[in-house]
Write a protein that binds this ligand. Structure first.
Ligand SMILES: C[S@@+](CC[C@H](N)C(=O)[O-])C[C@H]1O[C@@H](n2cnc3c(N)ncnc32)[C@H](O)[C@@H]1O
Length: 217
């Protein structure tokens, strides 16, 4: 587990972040989740709780789980060790958080364990090593992004079948992206150089993937 948690200081920035609060990616996750009346959901790595808010709007009783107290989750915990019984939620979902987890395999196994059926994942797609390096410079808590083929293997190993996938390019403000993690000076300039192939003025094209997974066991 990571010992230093930078997320408490960033909590307000992520609550206020426009690309986290709305977008076609969030809309698709909610569409895949379906009607939630009478159903429970767990949002893992809930951050500013934007996904949780949208799932509540369609009727789910949502529990938010995040290790950062500053994010005000319902339960303070790590994705790699979820303090919930097996099959205790109708839906488990995680958005833009998995690349921060210390073990993708453990977090995926835990998500598969605590869902009774569906697991919805959105995260950043692996693009290339320049993007990985820039993301880590801007936010040292960035772990690793994976390709869809790698996610296919990870899902299969966790006992999750893939029912649908989608890849979405999200143009976001490069300046706001740096500011959320307080990245300035030479580090910010190096990140700009590394991302030159993904930048158009202040628009940084960040590519995300979404997977609709179903428990097989
Ligand atoms: C970018 S934010 C998530 C955004 C949020 N899901 C949304 O829809 O707006 C990433 C979150 O992952 C959380 N996180 C980092 N390491 C974690 C871990 N090991 N387990 C669970 N959450 C973690 C951070 O505390 C942070 O709140």
């Amino acid at each position: 587990m990571k010992k230093n948690n930078p997320w408490d200081e960033r909590a307000q920035a992520y609550r206020d972040s426009a690309p986290h609060a709305a977008g076609p990616d969030l809309d698709l996750l909610v569409e895949w989740a379906g009607a939630g009346a009478g159903l429970t959901a767990l949002d893992v790595g809930s951050g500013g709780r934007h996904l949780a808010r949208r799932l509540r709007e369609v009727g789910f009783a949502v529990t938010t789980a995040d290790p950062s107290p500053g994010m005000h989750p319902d339960v303070i915990c790590h994705a790699e060790e979820l303090p919930f019984p097996t099959a205790s939620f109708d839906l488990v979902a995680s958005r833009l958080a998995f690349h921060h987890f210390s073990s993708t395999e453990l977090a995926l196994a835990e998500a598969a364990r605590v869902t009774s059926g569906m697991f919805l994942l959105e995260d950043m797609l692996y693009v290339d090593e320049r993007v990985e390096e820039a993301e880590t410079l801007r936010d040292p808590s960035h772990g690793r992004c994976y390709s869809l083929d790698q996610w296919g293997e990870l899902f299969s190993a966790a006992g999750l079948a893939i029912e649908a996938t989608e890849v979405i390019d999200r143009p976001i403000s490069f300046t706001a992206w740096l500011e959320r993690c307080n990245c300035t000076g030479e580090t910010a300039e190096k990140a700009r150089e590394l991302l030159s192939h993904r930048l158009d003025g202040d628009a940084y094209t960040s590519t995300v993937f979404l997977i609709k997974g179903l428990k097989t066991g």
